[in-house]
Design a protein around this ligand. Structure first.
Ligand SMILES: [Zn+2]
Length: 834
C-alpha cells in the first residue's frame, strides 16, 4: 500500500522531558523591562469544575528594582479581573488598572522607592479554555491549567485539575511576572469538595473543614522559586507516604494505581540521598512529592518540590519493564530540583542550564543504580539521538539566543548533547574538581537565576584553569568534530605515527585526548591536544622491541564526535578484551558487525557480544546480526532462541524475539506462545506480532486475554491493520472507543489506514458511522479537525485511485459505494465541526 497519512498533530508541550519534539509555543512576551521583583505570592483558589474556571484571589508582594516606581505590569492571561487594590494593614485601597486579556497594567497609589515592598491584591476568574494564542503551538498545551474528566463515583462526576507552568503557563492561573528570572515565596490555599485532595509546592501547613463539606488546604513554600515552577493538582488521589532522613517523600496516584506507587517510585529516597551526597548540596526543599495525573501531555515536570508525571507512569509496572523513558524520567525530574529549581536559567535561551543537567543526572543515577556500563550506554545513546537531530538539519548552539519559537529549545541539543557535554567536562577536569565546582556553583547561585558564564566561573574558580575555549566551542557553537584516525607503525624507529584529521566543515575543535598504548604488559597513557585540521603524533613504543597490540585514541571515550578509526579487526578485538570501558567494547562489536559477512573471525567474535555483560550491547549485536546469512543463522539461531527465553533483561528478550520472527520459521511457534507470559509487555507485544505472522488463527486465539488490556491496545490494532480482515472491524472500534481522547485521535488515523485495506463496502459504511460518532465525542478543543478531515480526504483519494486501476465492474461498483460513504462522512463531520 502506498498511502501516506498525515499524522494527527498530537498535543504536547515543551514541558520538561521527552515530549519536547511536539510543537508548542507562547508569544515571546512583552519585552518592556521589568521594574519590579516578586517577593511573595499568596493565592486563594477554588474552581468551577464543569465550566473550567479558576476563581482566584491573589496577594502579590513586590519590590521595585528602580527608584520612583509608580506603575506595575503583571502577566495575567485570559482572565476576568474584578478588583485590583493595594493591600494595606488597615484594608484595601482600590487601584486603577487596565487589562487587555494578556497583561494587567496597574497604576500604583504613589511612587515607590527602590526595594520598598508593597502588596497588590487581585480578584479574578481565569478562563483557560478561552485563551487565545498568537504562537505556533496549539492552545491546549500552553494554557497553564487543565480540567480533566476523571470518571464518576458516588459523589458524581470527578475531575482532576493540574497545572503546567513551563514556559509561560503560570500567568494563565494567577497574575504574576511570568519570567524564569523572577522568584517568589508562596502560600497557596485551595478549596475543594470532599472527595478531593490537593498537592502544591512546599509543606501542607493547614487543612480546614467547612460546613458545606468542602475543605481548604494551604501549602507554604518559604524559599523563593520561579513562577513557572508553581503548581497545583487537585483530584481524587491517594497518597503513599515514604521518607528520606525524616523528610516526607510522597507519591500521589489515583486509587486504581496507588498499589503500584511503591514499585514505581520506591527508589526515590535513595536517589535523593545519592544526589545530595554526590553534588555536595543537600536536597534543597522541605519535601519531595511526585504525582501521576491523567491526560498530561508530556513526560514529567519538575515543579518545585512537587513533580508531576503523565501517562508514561500511569501504567501497571509490568508495562514499565524494559521501558527506557520510564526508567530515566524519575532521576531526571529529581535532578531538576537542584538544577532548574534551586538555580534556574535566567532566560529560555539558557534552558540547557536546566535540561542538560537533568539528562546528566540520569547518567549519574545510572552509574549508581545500574553500573558504569549501563550509564555509559545511556549517555552514548543520547549522543546518537543528537546526531539524528543533526541529520534532520536542526543543530544549534547549546546556548541558543536566535531561536524563533521555544519548541526549538526543547530538543536533543539542549537535553542529550548538553548532558554529554557535561560528561566531557567531567572527564576533562576530573572527578573531584567536577563535583567540587558543581557544589560551589549551587552554593553561590542558590535561589538565583543563572547563565552559562556563572557555570564557567564556578569551574574556573575550582580548577584555576581558563576554560573559555571549552565554553566557546561546546556552549556557544554548534556542531561536533568528525575525526579520521589512522596509524603507521615503524618498527625500525620503534614508534607509531597517529594521524588525526578533523573532517567537519565547520571550524576545528580543540580536543585534549588521551591515548592508551597496550603492549601486553603495562598500559602507557599519553596525553595529546588536537588543535589543527590535520595532525600527526609520533608515539614511541613503550617496549622498544614490541609493536603495541593496541593504540587506543580517545581512551576516556567521552568525546562527542563521529570517527573513522582505521585500526585492524584484531586491534578492535584486543580493545574489546582490554579496553577501559563500555564504549571500547561497543566500538569493537560494531567493527565485527560491519565485517560479519566477509570475516570468519568477526563472525565468531559476535558470540562474545551476545554474552556481553551489558544488555544494551547484547541487544545491539542481536539487532544488527545478519541472520539472513546462512552461516550466521546456523551458528547463532540457537543462542538467540536461548536469549529470547532466559535473558534477564526484557530489552534483550524482545530483540531476540524480533530477530527470530524475521525468519518466519514455524519452529519458533512454541517460543512465541511461551513468551506471551513474559513479565514485560514489550516482550508480549513482540511475541504476539510474531505469532500472528506465523499463524493468524492461532494468534487470534491467544489474543483474547489481551483484548481488554489497554497496554496491548496499540499492538492489537497494528495486528488488525496488518491482517486486512473486515472481521476485526468491530473489535478495532471497540478498542478505540475506550481510550482517552488523545489516544483516540492517533488510533482513529490508524483506523482509516485499516479501512484503506478493506474492500467490503458495507463494513466500511458501518465503520465510518461509528468513526464519526467517536470523532464527534472528542472535545473539539482537543481535536485536530483539519488533520482528521485531511486523512478522510486521503482515504477517498486512495479509493478513487483504485477505481482508475481496476477493470472489474463489480469491484468498481463496491469502490464507488465506499467513496460515497467516505464523502458522506466528510460532509457530515465538516458540517458539525466548528
Ligand atoms: Zn527536564
Amino acid at each position: 500500500m502506498n498511502m501516506v497519512f498525515k499524522i494527527c498533530r498530537m498535543t504536547g508541550v515543551g514541558a520538561c522531558i521527552l515530549a519536547y519534539q511536539l510543537a508548542f509555543g507562547a508569544p515571546r512576551g512583552d519585552t518592556l523591562p521589568q521594574v519590579a521583583q516578586l517577593v511573595h505570592t499568596r493565592l486563594d483558589i477554588s474552581f468551577d469544575y464543569p465550566h473550567h474556571l479558576v476563581l482566584g484571589k491573589a496577594w502579590i508582594t513586590l519590590q521595585p528594582t528602580q527608584e520612583q516606581q509608580d506603575s506595575l505590569i503583571l502577566d495575567a492571561k485570559s482572565m476576568q479581573v474584578a478588583t485590583v487594590a493595594l493591600q494595606r494593614d488597615t484594608g484595601k485601597q482600590l487601584l486603577p488598572f487596565s487589562y487587555d486579556g494578556w497583561q494587567l497594567r496597574i497604576k500604583l497609589d504613589k511612587r515607590y522607592s527602590y526595594r520598598k515592598a508593597y502588596t497588590v491584591y487581585v480578584e479574578y476568574t481565569a478562563m483557560p479554555d478561552s485563551l487565545k494564542t498568537t504562537a505556533a503551538g496549539p492552545v491546549q498545551t500552553n494554557k497553564g491549567i487543565y480540567f480533566v474528566s476523571a470518571g464518576k463515583d458516588s459523589t458524581g462526576q470527578l475531575y482532576q485539575v493540574w497545572t503546567q507552568g513551563e514556559t509561560s503557563g503560570a500567568s494563565s492561573w494567577f497574575p504574576t511576572i511570568d519570567q524564569p528570572d523572577q522568584r517568589s515565596t508562596s502560600e497557596i490555599s485551595i478549596t475543594m469538595p470532599a472527595p478531593y485532595i490537593s498537592l502544591s509546592n512546599g509543606v501542607l501547613s493547614s487543612r480546614q473543614q467547612h460546613p458545606d463539606g468542602s475543605h481548604t488546604e494551604t501549602w507554604i513554600m518559604s524559599d523563593p522559586h520561579a513562577p513557572y515552577l508553581f503548581m497545583l493538582a487537585v483530584g481524587k488521589f491517594e497518597k503513599y507516604h515514604d521518607s528520606w532522613n525524616g523528610m516526607a517523600v510522597d507519591y500521589y496516584m489515583e486509587p486504581g494505581y496507588i498499589a503500584y506507587a511503591k514499585e514505581i517510585f520506591g527508589r526515590t529516597p535513595q536517589m535523593i540521598g545519592y544526589f545530595s551526597e554526590k553534588i555536595g548540596y543537600r536536597f534543597p526543599w522541605p519535601k519531595y512529592a511526585q504525582i501521576v495525573v491523567k491526560d498530561y501531555f508530556s513526560g514529567g515536570m519538575e515543579n518545585t518540590s512537587a513533580t508531576l508525571f503523565g501517562d508514561l507512569l500511569r501504567r501497571k509496572p509490568r508495562a514499565l519493564i524494559g521501558d527506557e523513558e520510564a526508567k530515566w524520567i524519575i532521576p531526571h525530574e529529581l535532578f531538576h530540583q537542584w538544577f532548574g529549581d534551586l538555580v534556574t536559567c535566567e532566560q529560555w535561551s539558557q534552558l540547557a542550564l536546566n535540561e542538560s543537567f537533568a539528562n546528566f543526572g540520569e547518567v549519574l543515577w545510572g552509574e549508581y543504580a545500574y553500573g558504569k556500563d549501563a550509564a555509559h550506554h545511556h549517555a552514548y545513546e543520547a549522543m546518537l539521538k543528537y546526531f539524528q537531530q543533526c541529520r534532520e538539519g536542526k543543530d544549534h548552539p547549546l546556548i541558543y539566543n536566535d531561536y524563533r519559537e521555544e519548541s526549538q529549545l526543547f530538543d536533543a541539543v539542549t537535553y542529550e548533547k548538553g548532558g554529554c557535554i557535561l560528561g566531557m567536562l567531567r572527564a576533562l577536569v576530573g572527578e573531584k574538581a567536577f563535583f567540587g565546582a558543581l557544589s560551589n556553583y549551587l552554593k553561590v547561585n542558590a535561589f538565583k537565576a543563572v547563565n552559562a558564564n556563572d557555570l564557567r566561573t564556578a569551574f574556573e574558580n575550582e580548577t584555576g584553569r581558563d576554560l573559555k575555549w571549552f565554553w566557546d566551542q561546546w556552549f556557544y557553537r554548534k556542531g561536533y568534530p568528525v575525526l579520521d584516525i589512522s596509524y603507521r607503525y615503524n618498527d625500525l624507529e620503534s614508534s607509531v605515527a597517529v594521524t588525526i584529521r578533523q573532517e567537519q566543515e565547520e571550524d576545528i575543535f580543540i580536543l585534549p585526548l588521551k591515548i592508551d598504548i597496550y603492549t601486553g604488559g603495562e598500559t602507557a597513557t599519553q596525553e595529546i591536544i588536537v588543535n589543527r585540521r590535520l595532525q600527526t603524533f609520533i608515539i614511541p613504543y613503550p617496549n622498544k622491541h614490541a609493536r603495541p597490540l593496541l593504540v587506543n585514541v580517545d581512551a576516556d571515550k567521552q568525546l562527542i564526535c563521529k570517527k573513522t578509526d582505521r585500526k585492524s579487526l584484531e586491534a578492535f578485538i584486543y580493545q574489546y578484551r582490554r579496553g577501559r570501558n563500555y564504549l571500547d567494547r561497543r566500538e569493537a562489536l560494531k567493527a565485527c558487525l560491519l565485517a560479519q559477512d566477509t570475516s570468519a573471525r568477526a563472525r565468531a567474535f559476535l558470540y562474545t557480544g551476545l554474552k556481553d555483560a551489558n544488555d544494551g550491547l547484547r541487544k545491539l549485536v542481536i539487532q544488527f546480526m545478519n541472520i539472513d546469512n546462512a552461516a550466521i543463522r546456523n551458528t547463532y539461531a540457537a543462542t538467540i532462541d536461548s536469549l529470547a527465553r532466559y535473558d534477564t533483561e526484557a530489552l534483550v528478550r524482545q530483540a531476540a524475539i524480533k530477530k527470530l520472527r524475521s525468519l518466519n520459521d514455524p519452529a519458533y511457534t512454541n517460543l512465541f506462545i511461551r513468551s506471551l507470559q513474559d513479565s514485560s509487555y514489550n516482550v508480549v507485544a513482540s511475541s504476539l506480532i510474531a505469532l500472528n505472522r506465523l499463524d493468524r488463527q492461532l494468534a487470534t486465539r491467544h489474543m483474547t486475554p489481551f483484548l481488554e488490556d489497554n497496554e496491548m491496545a496499540s499492538t492489537i490494532l497494528d495486528i488488525y491493520l496488518s491482517n486486512e480482515d473486515p472481521k476485526d472491524n468491530r473489535s478495532f472500534l471497540e478498542i478505540i472507543a475506550r481510550q482517552n481522547e488523545r489516544q483516540q485521535q492517533g488510533y482513529l488515523v490508524k483506523y482509516l489506514r485499516y479501512l484503506a485495506t478493506l474492500n467490503d463496502a458495507d463494513t466500511i459504511a458501518a465503520g465510518l458511522e461509528e468513526f464519526q460518532r467517536i470523532v464527534m465525542g472528542i472535545d473539539a478543543r482537543f481535536m485536530d479537525q483539519p488533520g482528521m478531515l485531511g486523512n478522510l480526504e486521503l482515504l477517498a483519494e486512495f479509493k478513487l485511485d483504485l477505481i482508475k486501476k481496476t477493470a472489474s465492474k463489480s469491484v468498481r461498483s463496491s469502490l464507488e459505494k465506499q467513496v460515497a460513504s467516505i464523502r458522506s462522512a466528510i460532509n457530515h463531520l465538516s458540517a458539525n465541526m466548528n
